[in-house]
Design a protein around this ligand. Sequence first.
Ligand code: PGA
Length: 249
Amino acid sequence: MARRKLIAGNWKMNGHLDHLRELHGIDKAAKTHPQVDVAICPPATLIAGAVARVPGLGIGAQDCHDADKGAHTGCISAAMLKEAGAHYVIVGHSERRSDQGETSEEVCGKAEAAHRHGLIAIVCVGETEAERDAGEAEAIVTAQIAASVPADSTADWLVVAYEPVWAIGTGRVPTLDDVAAMHAAIRVKLAERVGDQANKVRILYGGSMNGDNAADLLSVPNVDGGLIGGASLSADKFVPIIEAGAALA
Ligand code: PGA
């Protein structure tokens, strides 16, 4: 089953208005390689500015609330993100699961909210180092999939990102065999959850992906793209990852 690769950048809490200049080089690479999808998820304050600068590039957010509106000080709804011009929203990133204590059930509600408002949800899962050392990585991640992925998901609005917590921002990556095993396990669990759609849902790998390791990671079966943090902050570092994905498409 051929799935279009998605190369998505997550700027996290980095970047001010002047940082949007990086989007021009990224947008150019995206246009040169139309066989892959490219997205950048800047801080929410930069979404409208990003869309104005590079209207053709996929722009996303890093979180949304599960409710459409209401008394939730400081939160942003999927409808607001859509109005700002976002196409995607990351939900359940491990930094939010740990820093904000988000549960998989909440993440599922956020993904549903994204869908209600026409956004593509990128649902993140991943084990900690202690969980991997204890031999529990697959059990943890597949349980996160079961609870975080809405049962009515379809591949046109659901993307999954497998991000081992210990690989995020550390320069460490799992072996390609471990990535293959986990992505295969995720696909099996997705089939239980969303049936036939599971074959079409893209499963991204995230955690210290860069221009040097992207070709190898993106070649692993069931790796349908990347979710990239640090290396998405500059066009110089991000474009080689887009090119690696494009070369495999
Ligand atoms: P990293 O972050 O590429 O800096 O490891 C990935 C992520 O957290 O999405």
